[in-house]
Design a protein around this ligand. Sequence first.
Ligand SMILES: [Ca+2]
Ligand SMILES: [Ca+2]
Ligand SMILES: [Ca+2]
Ligand SMILES: [Ca+2]
Length: 235
Amino acid sequence: MEDGFRLSADHIDPISNPPNFKTAGILNENYFGSTAPWHHISTGTITLTNDNGAVFSVRSVTLAELPNRTQEGDPINFGPFDIEFVGTRNNGSQVSETVTVDSFITLAPYDLSALTGLVAVTWAQGAGGSGVATHMFDDILVVVGCCADNECDDGDPCNGIESCAPSGACDTSLNADCNGNLTEDACDIAQGTSLDCQSNGVPDECELGGNDCNADSIPDDRTCAGAFFPCNFGQ
Ligand SMILES: [Ca+2]
Ligand SMILES: [Ca+2]
Ligand SMILES: [Ca+2]
Ligand SMILES: [Ca+2]
């Protein structure tokens, strides 16, 4: 597992039956040449996140049906089944991609191309049976970094309009925040937390330097109500 990445197992009853992963060692009947994990509960989900906070893309994963067994212990091949991978982006929106797994016993690679700019990706273990077989997985190929601005957008323009920098990191700096309240100044004005008596797009508290002769916190400007050349009356 690459630094910062974390796999977690979840399901609807985590208290009485704590979710975890199983893996097959060489003595396990499900060991087929590669040690691959699976969720120990068929109704569970598996989530990959990057604790470093950087967005990432998933390029591919190796998958195989995790066989059920007959009473005699022979593996049952339920045939092809789908796994839907659901990616979550910084703004909470989702992208998904479904692969049809036809690998029985032996892990095979499956390409994923839609899962870009993620903060997490989740998929289900599979309820078991025809069309919803359980699976094991391995070798999740991820690329850290963004490719497009929308992969960085958190859906809130007032805390900055995030963009994807050429370095692949999300640029979360604010466009204009002269009053340092970590809110775009345009939002300060639109929300009424700052006044803009001249309608110049700049919160008035940022325009007082040398421009407030009567110290009333209103810029000395012809257009500001109650501040009509306060120090130059009559001129
Ligand atoms: Ca934002
Ligand atoms: Ca501001
Ligand atoms: Ca102003
Ligand atoms: Ca003033």
